[in-house]
Design a protein around this ligand. Structure first.
Ligand SMILES: [Zn+2]
Ligand SMILES: [Zn+2]
Length: 169
């Protein structure tokens, strides 16, 4: 296979027991379908992961997708840029046809850092989700009790319940 970026040869490389294909020139990596999902949790667990040399030329992840699309090195299908884990701003290229993924040099490390950082993100996300769920619940209460649909705040909630109780009494 040839590198879709610089057209140098891709050579097999074993990373944490998973065989991937690495560009001998630009250090980009090709992962067949499922290999990223298999490898990332393994590497995220290991300090100084054996794939550490995959991270040479590390750049900060780019939020903007590249201007051009790359051809798939495996099947010459069209690769599409996607945001890893939906919101990491690590933009990867995935083949529409064979579902393999191309990582530029440094993107593997960016993913690992993102995954390692995620317990905190997850907790924050859960807290926000809980707040939103509670706000929705309060809004449900207000709407059910008094048929309001105003912006929610606790004062309105109390006033609404108070009025409803008074009305019912
Ligand atoms: Zn290359
Ligand atoms: Zn492909």
């Amino acid at each position: 296979m040839k590198c879709p970026k610089c057209h140098a040869a891709l050579k097999p490389a074993a990373v944490a027991g998973v065989e991937i294909d690495r560009c001998t020139a630009c250090n980009g990596q090709w992962y067949d379908d499922g290999e990223v999902a298999k490898l990332v949790p393994l590497l995220a667990e290991i300090e100084n992961a054996p794939g550490a040399d995959l991270t040479r030329n590390l750049q900060h992840p780019q939020a903007a997708p590249p201007a051009h699309t790359l051809p798939c090195p495996r099947c010459q299908g069209t690769m599409r840029t996607f945001n890893y884990a939906y919101d990491s701003n690590i933009m990867l290229d995935r083949c529409d046809a064979c579902r393999g993924i191309w990582l530029d040099a440094g993107e593997c490390n960016a993913i690992i850092r993102h995954v390692r950082g995620n317990p905190k993100l997850n907790r924050m996300g859960e807290a926000i989700a809980k707040n939103i769920a509670e706000a929705h619940q309060r809004q449900d209460v207000i709407e059910k009790v008094v048929g309001w649909n105003n912006p929610i705040d606790d004062a309105q909630l109390l006033v609404g319940i108070f009025r409803a109780l008074r009305g019912a009494a």
